[in-house]
Design a protein around this ligand. Structure first.
Ligand code: IPE
Ligand code: IPE
Ligand code: MG
Length: 244
């Protein structure tokens, strides 16, 4: 692998994490640094997302989960929220049109009823069209909040319990009530832009994830930066509470 153009030499492709999750942060600061409106940062952020999605698929990451809009992001100015939503619309239309070529299996984590009917329709179409794809699964978190997800799961379990159809509650059973049902927990969670917090991202699923923080702003995040994160992951010693 030493001279491979796309992969930094230090990444061992036979020991990749199965599931990588990314908190793509720093779009606004990236734009500000350039004297651009924050909204321009989101457009460039979407480009970075296409690039990194393709890269993860190319090297063989099985699951890529990205945090694109949180349940708290509605607190932003309406103009910024509108722009982000229109970027999602545009991204989804494009993803649907090139789906046969790209073959990402798509899933969405988050409360959909808060989104526009058009976006909900595009999301459902993408999920349906890609159900049988295998290779790389992309989970887009839109209107996602970890606490909201847990409440959602508890409510659904309680309904099943009342109806007498709930299985005994175990960690595995509970996991199946989350948006991530059937998907292994993330091995690695990356956050860009220098912030060192999870901001309500995957609190249940990330219990044993390796965390990686980088100062790089999301629109600047390249394949090399991804390699740096993967290489660092491969240096970690995961013990899951046990001993070596
Ligand atoms: C991440 O970039 C994108 C979203 C949260 C939608 P930000 O918009 O949070 O960028 P900063 O953190 O303000 O720089
Ligand atoms: C987290 O980023 C949410 C997403 C990346 C979608 P924020 O920029 O919203 O998080 P805080 O406000 O800095 O914690
Ligand atoms: Mg931010």
């Amino acid at each position: 692998m030493a001279n491979d153009k796309t992969t930094a030499p230090q990444v061992d492709l036979s020991r990749l994490p199965r599931h990588v999750a990314i908190i793509l942060d720093g779009n606004g600061r990236w734009a500000k640094k350039r004297g651009l409106p924050r909204t321009a940062g989101h457009a460039y952020g979407a480009e970075a997302f296409r690039r990194i999605g393709n890269y993860c698929k190319a090297i063989g990451i099985e699951y890529l989960t990205v945090y694109a809009f949180s349940t708290e992001n509605w607190r932003r100015p309406p103009e910024e929220v509108r722009t982000i939503m229109s970027i999602f619309d545009k991204y989804m239309k494009e993803a649907l049109s090139i789906m046969e070529r790209d073959r990402f299996k798509m899933r969405f984590f988050g409360e959909r009823s808060g989104l526009s009917p058009e976006l909900q329709r595009l999301m459902a179409a993408a999920e349906e069209k890609s159900t049988h794809y295998d290779g790389c699964q992309m989970n887009l978190c839109i209107n996602y909040g970890g606490r909201d997800e847990i409440l959602h799961a508890v409510r659904r379990y309680a309904e099943a319990y009342k109806a007498g159809t709930a299985p005994e509650l175990t960690e595995d059973v509970f996991s199946n009530y989350l948006y991530s049902a059937g998907i292994p927990d993330p091995d690695l969670i990356i956050r860009t832009s220098g912030e060192q917090r999870l901001s309500n991202f995957l609190p249940w699923q990330g219990a044993y994830s390796e965390l990686y923080f980088t100062d790089v702003l999301w629109p600047d995040f390249t394949e090399r930066d991804m390699d740096a994160a993967l290489a660092e992951f491969q240096r970690r010693d995961r013990r899951f509470g046990g001993v070596k």
